[in-house]
Design a protein around this ligand. Structure first.
Ligand code: AMP
Ligand code: ZN
Length: 159
């Protein structure tokens, strides 16, 4: 009885946060070598592989090996491993693709467009004249409002 009472909330939380478990997570399967992938680099901490969709050529994803769903769950160490790999892999992508620029992106939550609920960093090589279009409306905001939002965020930082 006690077990059932404690299991329910954690189960609900899981369903709310993420529809996948690590067993049916495609990126866990790739990291385990159980699903096909074009691996760029892998070690015991992270893996990098080609995105199955290539809106721009050489688009690459980097993941921590551990099944971490979003940035909110990522440890500082995992974040560092992913970013250290990103620095190296960005240089290799530039050398391989001769790209003119390179963009990083990372989505958390369905509202942000996250489709695979295993943390991943996108590396997008950019080329003059490529067809990628990212529309960001301009919104110059008064300083008082910028300051208010900054202080709201600052008040919630705990480092
Ligand atoms: P996101 O929308 O940020 O969750 O991005 C998920 C990314 O994973 C997309 O760019 C997909 O093309 C990519 N993706 C999904 N399945 C695979 C797969 N099996 N191998 C490589 N990339 C994948
Ligand atoms: Zn996973």
């Amino acid at each position: 009885m006690a077990a059932a009472q404690t299991a329910a909330p954690s189960c609900r939380k899981k369903l709310y946060n993420c529809p996948m478990t690590s067993q049916d997570c495609i990126f866990c399967q790739i990291a385990a070598g159980m699903s096909p992938a074009s691996i760029v680099y892998a070690d015991e901490r992270i893996a990098a592989f080609m995105d199955i969709n290539q809106p721009v050529p050489y688009k690459t994803l980097i993941i921590p090996r551990a099944h971490v769903e979003t940035i909110y769950d990522l440890s500082g160490e995992q974040a560092a491993w992913v970013m250290q790999a990103a620095v190296q892999i960005a240089q290799a992508i530039r050398a391989a693709s001769n790209c003119d620029g390179l963009m990083l992106s990372q989505s958390n939550g369905a509202a942000a467009g996250q489709e695979v609920f295993h943390f991943h960093l996108h590396l997008w090589p950019r080329f003059w004249g490529d067809r990628l279009r990212i529309s960001v409306p301009r919104s110059l905001t008064p300083r008082a409002e910028l300051d208010r939002m900054a202080s709201e965020i600052r008040a919630r930082l705990d480092f």
